[in-house]
Design a protein. Structure first.
Length: 386
């Protein structure tokens, strides 16, 4: 399998060649300049107003041992267009060849966590499960599912990712089970008989017949033990999904199966979630999360030997982000700013978002657990709108 190892990444071998050539020239000239470079995004995908930074620990591990100082937003911090999310200070030669990997760690993971958070926000209290690992290279499944989870998904479908995070993987039943056993009633009964009773019984009700009739058959097969039904209705049969859900709900309710929840999967994104919320109790989200648009960060030098200096289209100088703990508004200020700026016009107190990540090659930022990061994301998510 042609994948880069951690050793390849750490050694700068995944770099774009032009960084290595730049380093070669600077080394030949013996140019050693202390610079500060920061990472910002000039536009968020689809006009998003906010995004979430993830991949922080990977960047810190990459920077560990290098003679540079890193300031960074803690994992899971919300930010906006133009905010410096990471700042590296040191001899440019010490980190030049790591730019490709730094951006790669941040762009994809932040994109996934941000999309998961948007789906979470759209779904309100309804369940959102990450089902999209199959869309991406399997070596990335723990990366995808972790970011989906810390972004706000309630569960993830792959075993390894769940194991690493110390959570129970979530799943229902595939069409294969129903096709092999011949009917939804049989598949539901056998699932109930054989699978550990701790796991919810969710029947997949779009395989052979209409969703309504298969839902009734599944409910009649195991009664109170049926937790929910999942509608993965193929695109060719979809028509009006909200109407289908409404009808399934009616037919289950009229037979006394009010407890059975309705889960929708198959091409679900935040837009469908908003449309189906009136009838659905939860969602399995695949491609929309796993293949989320990347956050296209750029790393640029903003200061050379203590003097503000940068390219066109970018603000020079070292910076800090101040965020009000009351109204959640944030502002980007020069690194040296008057203390009065810590008072927000709303009356609240502002705090600094960029925090020390590494000092003298050592990681100084504490690592929170995945569920702590997820809670941090969910608290911030209450402060923003879609
Ligand atoms: Zn405020």
């Amino acid at each position: 399998m042609r994948i880069a190892t951690w050793e390849d990444i750490k050694a700068g071998r995944v770099t774009d060649i032009y960084f290595q050539r730049t380093a070669e020239i600077l080394q030949a000239l013996e140019v050693h300049k202390t610079v500060t470079a920061d990472v910002t995004v000039s536009a968020l995908p689809d006009g998003y107003d906010w995004a979430i930074l993830t991949g922080v620990n990977d960047v810190l591990s990459l920077m560990e041992g290098l003679n540079v100082d890193v300031d960074i937003l803690p994992e899971g911090t919300f930010f906006r267009r133009g905010d410096p999310v990471l700042e590296i200070t040191g001899d440019y030669l010490d980190f030049a060849v790591h730019e490709t990997a730094i951006l790669g760690f941040l762009c994809q993971q932040s994109g996934i966590a941000t999309k998961a958070a948007r789906c979470r926000k759209a779904a309100g209290d309804r369940a959102v499960i990450s089902f999209g690992a199959r869309r991406m290279h399997p070596t990335l499944s723990p990366v995808i599912d972790r970011n989906a989870y810390i972004g706000g998904c309630d569960g993830v479908s792959t075993i390894l990712a769940a194991e690493i995070m110390g959570i129970i993987p979530s799943g229902t039943m595939p069409h294969a089970l129903i096709l092999i056993l011949g009917s939804i009633a049989e598949a539901t009964k056998l699932f109930d008989r054989i699978i550990d009773p701790r796991f919810p019984r969710v029947a997949l009700v779009d395989t052979l017949c209409d969703e309504k009739f298969e839902s009734i058959q599944a409910a009649e097969a195991i009664g109170d033990r049926l937790w929910g039904v999942r509608l993965d209705t193929p695109g060719s049969r979809r028509g009006d999904m909200a109407r289908i859900l409404e009808e399934v709900r009616w037919e289950l309710d009229i037979r006394g199966f009010q407890h059975v929840k309705l889960i929708v999967s198959g091409g679900v994104d935040e837009k469908e979630i908003l449309e189906l919320n009136a009838h659905a109790d939860g969602y399995g989200v695949g491609t929309a999360i796993s293949n989320a648009t990347t956050i296209n960060f750029a790393l640029d030098i903003v200061d050379i030997e203590g003097q503000p200096f940068t390219k066109r289209g970018k603000r020079s100088g070292r910076k800090q982000i101040l965020r009000c703990e009351s109204c959640f508004e944030s502002t980007v200020v020069p690194r040296s700013y008057p203390e009065a700026l810590l008072d927000c016009p709303c009356g609240g107190k502002r705090i600094e978002l960029l925090k020390p990540g590494t000092r003298g090659g050592k990681i100084v930022m504490e690592v929170d657990t995945d569920s702590e990061i997820r809670s941090f994301v969910l608290r911030q998510l209450e402060q923003v709108t879609l």
